[in-house]
Design a binder for this molecule. Structure first.
Ligand SMILES: [Fe+2]
Length: 202
């Protein structure tokens, strides 16, 4: 498929689904803007996959797609059904939603989507976790604290983000180092656990 098509459908679809929701679309556009700064680190096809996933990563929040209430899974299922398999798998695992899947008892259906371990996947999570709900830039520690506070301890997302905070910050620091953006890594976690396991409804 031509490069332009790899981002047009996700862009237009996400706009139709999320623009009515206000902040979700502002956040999505912020993440897209941020991933674009990695253009010189990826091939054209890899970069297009990243941009497509950035547009699509939160479509599962759209009421029209919500089935389980777990946005990564609902979004991934929709994208797979539309034939966007790689984007579906990136969305299924963005921002380390493994812990959230466990908290929700939805790990088995999530694992029907193979987890991609790549720079594209890491940059997607990095950009999601360094973009605030309104689309502005934010540090990852502040972002994760905001998610934890917003959902609280009684919610699967609140519990998941607390469990996975250190792991996610490890990933953020690794990508920030690549980017030469040490400022983003301020307040970084001390954990040595393997990155990209954990969860935040980001
Ligand atoms: Fe997001």
């Amino acid at each position: 498929m031509p490069a332009a098509e790899q981002t047009l459908w996700p862009r237009d679809t996400a706009a139709a689904l999320l623009a009515p929701l206000g902040q979700r679309w502002a956040h999505t556009l912020g993440v897209v803007e941020r991933v674009r700064t990695f253009a010189d680190r990826l091939t054209t096809s890899e970069f297009d996959a990243l941009v497509a996933a950035a547009y699509a990563h939160d479509v599962g929040y759209a009421p029209a797609l919500a089935r389980t209430g777990f946005h990564a899974l609902d979004g991934a299922r929709f994208l797979r059904s539309a034939g966007w398999e790689r984007v579906a798998c990136l969305v299924a695992h963005h921002s380390g939603v493994h812990a959230e899947a466990e908290e929700r008892g939805l790990l088995d259906p999530l694992e029907l989507f193979p987890e991609e371990r790549s720079l594209v996947a890491d940059v997607l999570t990095y950009c999601d976790l360094t973009t605030a709900p309104d689309g502005s830039a934010i540090s990852a520690p502040e972002r994760l604290s905001g998610v934890a506070t917003r959902y609280g301890d009684d919610h699967p997302v609140g519990r998941a983000v607390r469990r996975s905070r250190e792991e996610l910050l490890t990933l953020v620091n690794r990508v920030a180092a690549l980017e030469g953006d040490r400022a983003t890594a301020e307040g970084r976690g001390r954990g040595r656990v393997r990155a990209r396991r954990g969860g935040a409804a980001a």
